[in-house]
Design a protein around this ligand. Structure first.
Ligand code: ADP
Ligand code: MG
Length: 276
């Protein structure tokens, strides 16, 4: 586990470069979102690099969760929400009305602040998405379930009670199960909305380390209002800020650029803990 109590002042230095080619997996252009006509995000343009962990930081209410929910069209579920602009995931035009939403959400998985396992057994939390998407059946299901639970470090903890309710697990275990449930679908992108902030410090550390271990294999977009966490884990950082009543992007770059030489006064003050 990371030694969270003695923070490295520049953890991005010397870290294996998992996303050196810096090819965008997602490109976001001029994204504007309104709720009942009131803008929540305005004109956001941002590349999300392949295999990188991009941290989205900024004060409460500046549109971080809204941004994530555009990327897999969860915004479609909110009455009165409009989304304008362009989001590309490879060749896919995410905001095109004809997009297959089930397929999109398989490619772009999501983890929320509060773990939300299905009120089913531990095993069924994984077999349900697998059978729904016809990814495994019969004997292959057991192998896939074991592999997924091993990937999130849960196998040894739950192997003897796969039929137990997922809701009987601790918060940290539930969050790891939710990660496993997303990973069995072999997504390209994982969206993480403050995934550690509802957990106790020990469990938060375990989940953070797990997320960090996924860098390189998946493109990760993680909202966090914990700047120390962003410093520890981010390859790239996007800072959102309120301007004229709506969230806008004030700065985007590598963690080294944004934390060491922030380009904006607002970012410098926010990152120094003076504002926000
Ligand atoms: P953050 O995640 O940065 O705290 P949000 O994306 O949750 O910010 O919210 C941005 C703005 O959009 C806020 O003003 C919030 O009240 C508004 N908002 C978010 N979700 C909804 C919704 N479902 N209906 C109406 N307004 C919303
Ligand atoms: Mg939020």
């Amino acid at each position: 586990m990371n030694n969270h109590s003695h923070p490295d002042p520049a953890p991005w230095r010397g870290r294996p470069a998992c996303c050196q080619d810096r090819t965008p997996a997602l490109t976001v252009d001029e994204l504007t979102v309104t709720y009942d006509g009131v803008p929540a995000l305005r004109g956001l343009t941002l590349p999300v690099n392949h295999g990188c962990l991009t941290a989205i930081v900024g004060p409460s209410g500046c549109g971080k969760s809204t941004f994530l929910s555009c990327l897999n069209r969860m915004t479609d579920l909110v009455p009165g929400c409009t989304v304008h602009g362009r989001i590309r995931l490879g060749a896919l035009d995410v905001l095109d009305a004809r997009v297959d939403l089930v397929g999109l959400r398989r490619k772009v998985g999501m983890i929320f602040q509060r773990p939300n396992p299905f009120p089913l057994s531990i095993r069924d939390n994984l077999t349900l998405p697998l059978t729904h998407h016809r990814l495994a059946h019969g004997a292959a299901l057991d192998d896939t379930v074991e592999h997924a639970l091993r990937q999130v470090g849960l196998w040894d903890e739950v192997a003897h009670r796969l039929s137990a309710p997922a809701l009987s697990l601790s918060g940290g275990q539930q969050q790891r199960l939710c990660l496993a449930r997303a990973l069995v679908l072999e997504p390209d992108v994982l969206l993480l909305d403050e995934p550690c902030s509802a957990l106790d410090p020990m469990a938060a550390g375990v989940v953070e380390d797990l997320i960090t271990s996924l860098r390189g294999r998946y493109t990760l977009v993680m909202v966090t209002h914990n700047l120390a966490q962003a410093r520890r884990v981010a390859d790239d950082v996007a800072v959102l800020w309120m301007h004229g009543g709506a969230g806008t992007l004030v700065e985007h770059g590598t963690a080294g650029q944004v934390f060491e030489t922030p380009a904006h006064e607002i970012t410098a003050a926010y990152l120094a803990g003076v504002r926000g």
